[in-house]
Design a binder for this molecule. Structure first.
Ligand SMILES: Nc1nc2c(ncn2[C@@H]2O[C@H](COP(=O)(O)OP(=O)(O)OP(=O)(O)O)[C@@H](O)[C@H]2O)c(=O)[nH]1
Ligand SMILES: [Mg+2]
Length: 194
């Protein structure tokens, strides 16, 4: 299989602590460290992703903390090719944040950009669920968004949104060869607070 310089960049957005960084780590490394307490400032992950049989491309995952300044968030929103909006199924406020973020993305980028809505911490559904999948699924349909429930902790479904959004972006004309200058822009500021 051949990796090319075809650039696919997605942005993770969501309230603090919903598990954005944990999801990216589970996708890229196969697990996340449940003992790490590290609110993100700005970070980036890369992962070779099979987008069709025999075709592997690098997926760039931008991760900004839920507490990021609006100006930083808006700068990332202007550049990304697709968006993964994450909430925590045990925190209804975090789903309200997803609704606000979807509006922010729409204002900046219109409605045709790929949007994936991800409810994380599915492993806690038996004890603490506050957000119901049917409700989110109905809302996501009205937003032309794709919806998943996942767990970064157990790995359940955790790779699916990343692989699917990479495929969706690659199938559009949005990802163009040579559009990798973003990497150097982000490299200087890509350290999360550890
Ligand atoms: N039970 C459970 N805990 C999780 C899961 N995903 C993340 N966590 C925990 O939730 C907490 C927050 O995870 P992070 O990945 O740091 O959250 P974040 O969205 O990146 O937070 P910010 O960077 O502050 O915006 C950590 O204690 C994680 O271990 C999950 O699927 N299940
Ligand atoms: Mg984080």
């Amino acid at each position: 299989m051949v990796a090319t310089d075809f650039a696919i960049t997605v942005l993770l957005l969501g309230k603090e602590d919903v598990g954005k960084s944990s999801l990216a780590q589970t996708f890229v490394e196969g697990r996340h460290d449940p003992t790490a307490i590290s609110p993100t400032v700005e970070d980036m992950y890369e992962c070779a992703t099979e987008i069709s049989p025999g075709r592997v491309e690098t997926l760039h995952i931008e991760d900004i903390g839920g507490g990021a300044q609006p100006a930083l968030r808006q700068a990332h929103i202007r550049r990304a090719q697709g968006f993964i909006l994450v909430y925590d199924i045990t925190d209804s406020e975090s789903f309200r944040t997803v609704i606000k973020l979807r509006k922010e993305v729409e204002e900046a980028r219109g409605r045709s950009v790929p949007i994936y809505v991800v409810g994380n911490k599915l492993d806690l559904e038996g004890i603490k669920r506050q957000v119901f999948a049917d409700e989110v699924r109905s809302w996501a349909l009205t937003q032309s968004a794709t919806f998943y429930e996942v767990s970064a902790r157990t790995g359940a479904n955790a790779s699916q949104p990343f692989v699917d959004i990479a495929r969706a972006i690659a199938s559009t004309k949005v990802a163009k060869r040579g559009k990798v200058s973003l990497r150097s822009t982000l490299a200087a500021v890509s350290k999360s607070t550890m």
